[in-house]
Design a protein around this ligand. Structure first.
Ligand code: NAP
Length: 271
């Protein structure tokens, strides 16, 4: 398997770099996603709660690339998980995107009431072919253990905040053992990781940018990454991380940066 894709446990290939669109305003999204697709991105990560699925769908529809060659992930929001409305939520996402299938649908959060029932609904949608792969996001080991005890279908992926400052080693190891792929969100620590002196040092001595160093650290470990940028120069910079090879010494140095930094919400306390 080349570095450009990861293979999910149901055989589906997912491009290893995707464009994240959290906080990309709807009026910017069509242009931002269109330019990214022209540049070579083949994977876009959105969510119902981001409010820009419609614009992502338009950019995909009007691109010169066939729909089947662009991988789109979206997510069921917490309220829909909690109220038993996952089927309806997926139908709404399909409608906003203007697609007849979604490449990957995730439960956005391990909502204590409703996550198991929501997974059952995703399983039905998967068996009907409306979603081509199903997974979870922000699930810790105990949430995964519980899910696996109830599920007929193993999640294909777990999307988590992961960068050298927050490595989530217990969840990653658990997922590796049972063949759940890992997608690293906020892989630049929402840009907070770019100024760290060690990251800058490794970038300088390899003629890379700090962003490429952080993305390559995750890619080297076989994970999918979904950096967000609306800026075309930065989007290209991030996409080029696919061709970066860090040596073992640099990877070990980055491994030493764990300090528990979360840049968004933190699912570690969710029952
Ligand atoms: P991120 O990708 O770690 O960082 C994005 C920030 O870095 C933006 O401010 C961006 O600014 C800047 N940036 C990007 N590339 C850069 C570069 N090459 N050089 C300098 N600055 C750069 O953070 P994120 O948006 O939180 O995470 C990425 C994606 O993960 C989201 O968009 C979303 O799709 C997903 N996500 C999922 C969850 C979940 O719960 N499942 C939670 C959070 C995020 P500009 O746009 O100005 O370039």
């Amino acid at each position: 398997m080349s570095r450009s894709h990861a293979k999910l446990n149901n055989g589906v290939l997912i491009p290893s770099i995707g464009l994240g669109v959290f906080k990309t305003a709807p009026h910017e999204t069509v242009l931002s996603v269109s330019q990214a697709i022209e540049m070579g991105y083949r994977h876009i990560d959105t969510a119902a709660i981001y409010g820009n699925e419609q614009e992502v769908g338009l950019a995909v529809k009007h691109s010169s690339i066939a729909r089947k060659d662009i991988f789109v992930t979206t997510k069921v929001w917490r309220d829909d998980i909690a109220t038993g409305n996952t089927v309806k939520a997926v139908e709404m996402s399909l409608s906003r995107l203007g697609f007849d299938y979604i490449d990957q649908m995730l439960l956005h959060w391990p909502e204590p009431s409703g996550r198991l029932a929501a997974w059952r609904q995703l399983e039905v949608l998967y068996s009907e072919g409306l979603v081509k792969s199903i997974g979870v996001s922000n699930f810790m080991v105990r949430h995964l253990r519980e899910l696996i005890n109830h599920a007929n279908i193993l999640p294909a992926i777990n999307q988590l905040e992961i960068h050298p400052f927050l490595q989530q080693r217990d969840v990653v190891e658990f997922c590796n053992q049972i063949n759940i792929a890992i997608c690293a969100y906020s892989p630049l620590a929402k840009s907070k990781g770019l100024g760290h002196h060690l990251v800058k040092h490794i970038a300088d001595r390899n003629s890379l940018t700090p962003s490429q160093v952080l993305l390559s650290w995750n890619l080297t470990k076989g994970r999918v990454v979904i950096p967000k940028s609306t800026n075309p120069t930065r989007q290209q910079d991030n996409l080029d991380a696919l061709n970066v090879e860090l040596n073992e010494e640099d990877i070990h140095l980055l491994d030493s940066l764990e300090d528990g930094l979360t840049t968004g919400w933190d699912p570690r306390q969710v029952a």
